[in-house]
Write a protein that binds this ligand. Sequence first.
Ligand SMILES: Cc1cc2nc3c(=O)[nH]c(=O)nc-3n(C[C@H](O)[C@H](O)[C@H](O)COP(=O)(O)OP(=O)(O)OC[C@H]3O[C@@H](n4cnc5c(N)ncnc54)[C@H](O)[C@@H]3O)c2cc1C
Length: 403
Amino acid sequence: MSKSVIIIGCGIAGPVLAMLLKHKGFDVVIYERQSEIQQSGLTLGLSPQTFKVLNILGLAEPLLKECQALDEGVTYSQVRKQELGRIDVSRMRRGFGWPLVLAVRTRYCQFLYESAKERGVEIHFKKRCVDVLQEDERVTAVFEDGTEAEGDLLVGCDGLHSAVRDILFGKEEVTYMGLVQIGGFSPTPEVLKSDKATMRQFFGDGAHFMGAPVSSDQMVWVTTIPQPTEAREDWRRLSLEEAHEMVKGLQAASWENGPKQLIAGATGVTKYGLYERPILDIWHKGRVVLLGDAAHPTSPHIGQGANQAMEDCYHLVRLLCKAGPFTDTSLETAFTEYESIRIPIVRKSVAQAKKEGERRVTVGKEACDARDEAILAGGGHDPERMKVQMELIMGPFVGESEI
Ligand SMILES: Cc1cc2nc3c(=O)[nH]c(=O)nc-3n(C[C@H](O)[C@H](O)[C@H](O)COP(=O)(O)OP(=O)(O)OC[C@H]3O[C@@H](n4cnc5c(N)ncnc54)[C@H](O)[C@@H]3O)c2cc1C
């Protein structure tokens, strides 16, 4: 008997989960609240975990062609006016089989959506999930337009503001972290033209700037700054007038050797506040389970949000395959094991990202000196962050995939 899965959300996790489930013979339908795939956001760092999971579907190599692989990372102290170190990122491919890349989020979403459609996944837009009912081993998703959908189980892949999470565990506000990021895309300025694909980080006093190539002639840049008044988590592209107004007061707009030129050349600018939610001890209730940002939103400073979502997809599908016939008991076992594998890892990832965000906005000469000294001693990276990141990118499996 076929097993039917309802997925709420067609961001990053939703389509990948759907394709993996379909690949293993499940019936699957995605419901997305937007009227089309979202055309907003900047870039996502994709590390080997994403490629390992997409390789199960034959999508890793095609995705690589859509992304910019990075060769090196250079860290610079804007306080000391000194380079703090250089890391050879290209060795990641040698060590882990897949590189570290930057994906333009809109392009990545479109790629996943098209791939899911090609594989026959049914996707419905303009379907905002507002309730989930569970009765007699069936789950019903209720949508804002009054329609309903029924399945054997439901996965909430509906992001930071997950409605499914609120429905399961009660509404709780997301917490503004006191940081905003302002970023955009710009033509590569003369001063940053290079044979190597280099991600550059500039650590200042109370501000951080990152610039990296997304193609042979375009770069993405993002500056992180503290802002006590809450800024919306809004990935909308600003109008040129709004953008001009926004960037002229930025500290990094006067930093030479890249930041100044990138900010001045911006063709589109986005500003968003960073938010967090506690990581729950349990991600499921009955036949409904959370995945990706719905379960564990993260600040973006170590580039793990999208990659951790891929690990969730891998383990959930692997465990659902192992579960045999869907009964309340077999699903309870699968969901409990999924949580016991994933929760310790995402706790580590989210905590490290938060710490990295705080380090980026270090204030005061003495504190900045201590931070810069640590990066210098680590050869261009904070050793603790590197240790955690190296552990994370080993996931979700070593050797052969089990699905
Ligand atoms: C528009 C947007 C832009 C982003 N840009 C960046 C970026 O530039 N850099 C970065 O590091 N991270 C960005 N993120 C976050 C990043 O995509 C996620 O951290 C990560 O990829 C995890 O993916 P996810 O699928 O769990 O969540 P998401 O990618 O957030 O996807 C969730 C999906 O669920 C849909 N949804 C939400 N509520 C409902 C509902 N009630 N019913 C039906 N559907 C619903 C949303 O519309 C969305 O498509 C962005 C997220 C969004 C939504």
